[in-house]
Design a protein around this ligand. Structure first.
Ligand SMILES: *Cc1c(COP(=O)(O)O)cnc(C)c1O
Length: 472
């Protein structure tokens, strides 16, 4: 493709992008295709001869679009969001045009220095103490893996990396029963082993019971285990429960345990002063992750990882083959030593674009509005006597359940499951569920970039209408 052809296609593509953004609400939110449907429409063999870009675009519309679930629809209330926004998309176009691979300072000084600066901005925006240093990772899963491996190295005197698991005793990791599955994955990958992940029971509000945490640590110590890391969550995936940071931190500091905070979604709420309370006890934090790629309008992937002590992170991950030796080493940040991958995208650019384009106040307004809409929805649900709220709302997630009289526990689960599928099959909204104390619970996450009260009102009428016509 010559530059002139590129220019022509790019202009057309921008039209395609803008009209997608305008029309995204008209697609079924959750793709209705069946397994294998898309696969069977794509030729088994690659083309031997060059094809025009037009035929690629034609197939994009014909084959691919029906198999897309529309995460950017304001009617998307499932999981947690993976928001994008126009300034983020524009920056992503530049990122791919430059195609810079930002593994070390020399491979693009601007990328490294901008990353350091925007991470400092973010740190201020969420109210973390100034001594924290930040690095952008691909996902919260990777950030948490980095935290757990760092904790492992700190506890083993950096011997695990050298000698493998044999060199030190049995390391133990703690988190609540509501913690995201990425923690379990990280203990598996890090060689610590899943059976050394201790899941602490939660209180009625689904936050970690810190008395039980202390008991578990005491018991492990008596048995000769080595407690290395506690993961506290600010905004759990099921219900956005917030673990008590100060109490958890006091325990960690007493026993010399690394405190990692998973604020993948909830971290965005920290840009609002009314959520500062979640960070009470932040002096105890060793590392924290939050995902601007969830609720902060910066398209996937962009995960912000902050550490109190960058030197132990670097000591854990650094490598220095001959071909990566540079004259600037030690004078600048070489982010390849701050996590798992060597190669790195220029993700700081889209964060820069988003923060500048909205301004901190613009971001705050949007996030605050989402929380307000969630509280309105909560009121609407409380109004209906055949619905219940099985978990308290802390920020922008409302957990609810249809509970008409005359059904037993199992039937109610079935009823809500049918309701969930029926709603998603309408194509008008998309919700996912969680299980709370054995109860099938629907979740509505109010966080999509363009969601308004009007969307939520319509969604709620649709839910009511469908709930009252389901039967088993
Ligand atoms: C979404 C989520 C994760 C995982 O995020 P990725 O960036 O997809 O790895 C981890 N923890 C919590 C609390 C989450 O909500």
């Amino acid at each position: 493709m010559k530059p002139d052809e590129f220019r022509k296609h790019a202009h057309e593509l921008v039209e395609w992008m803008a009209s997608y953004m305008e029309n995204v609400e008209n697609y079924p939110v959750k793709s209705p295709v069946k397994p294998g449907e898309i696969f069977s429409e794509i030729p088994d063999n690659p083309p031997q001869k060059a094809e025009p870009f037009e035929s690629f675009m034609k197939d994009l519309d014909k084959i691919i679009m029906p198999g897309i679930t529309h995460w950017q629809s304001p009617n998307f209330y499932a999981y947690f969001p993976a928001n994008t926004s126009p300034p983020s998309v524009l920056a992503e176009m530049i990122i791919s045009t430059l195609g810079a691979q930002c593994m070390i300072w020399e491979t693009s000084p601007a990328a490294t220095e901008l990353e350091e600066k925007v991470m400092n901005w973010l740190k201020k925006m969420i109210g973390l103490p100034d001594y924290f240093e930040g690095v952008i990772q691909d996902t919260a899963s990777t950030s948490t893996l980095a935290a757990i491996i760092t904790a492992r190295e700190k506890k083993s005197g950096f011997s695990f990396n050298e000698q493998g698991a044999g060199g030190c005793g049995t390391i133990r990791i703690y988190c609540s029963e509501q913690t995201h599955s990425s923690v379990e994955k990280a203990v598996k990958i890090s060689g610590i082993g899943r059976k050394n992940l201790v899941k602490i029971p939660v209180l009625d509000d689904f936050s970690m019971d810190t008395h039980k945490l202390r008991e578990a640590i005491e018991k492990d110590k008596a048995l000769g285990y080595i407690p290395a890391c506690v993961i506290a969550t600010l905004g759990t995936t099921g219900t956005t429960a917030v673990d008590p940071l100060r109490k958890t931190g006091e325990i960690c500091s007493e026993y010399g345990i690394h405190l990692h905070v998973d604020a993948a979604m909830g971290g965005t709420a920290l840009i609002l002063p009314e959520f500062n309370w979640m960070l009470d006890g932040c002096e105890y934090i060793d590392s924290l992750v939050f995902n601007p790629h969830k609720w902060m309008f910066t398209n996937f992937d962009c995960s912000a990882y902050f550490v109190k002590d960058a030197s132990s992170l670097i000591r854990t991950f650094e490598i220095l083959p001959e071909y990566l030796k540079t004259r600037t080493r030690g004078k600048v940040n070489d982010y390849r030593d701050w996590g798992v991958p060597l190669g790195r995208r220029f993700r700081a650019l889209k964060l820069w674009s988003v923060i500048r384009s909205y301004g901190v106040e613009g971001l705050q307004e949007k996030v605050r509005e989402h929380v307000r809409i969630a509280s309105e929805l909560e009121k609407m649900i409380l109004h209906e006597s055949d619905f219940e709220l099985p978990a308290p709302r802390t920020m922008n997630v409302v957990c609810f359940r249809y509970r008409p009289s005359g059904y037993d526990a199992e039937q109610l689960n079935k009823l809500n499951e049918i309701l969930n599928h029926r709603l998603n099959d309408t194509g008008r909204i998309y919700l996912t569920h969680t299980s709370l104390n054995g109860r099938y619970t629907l979740r509505m996450v109010i966080a999509q970039t363009n969601v308004t009260m009007e969307h939520v009102r319509k969604a709620w009428s649709l839910i009511l209408e469908n709930a009252r016509s389901v039967s088993i």
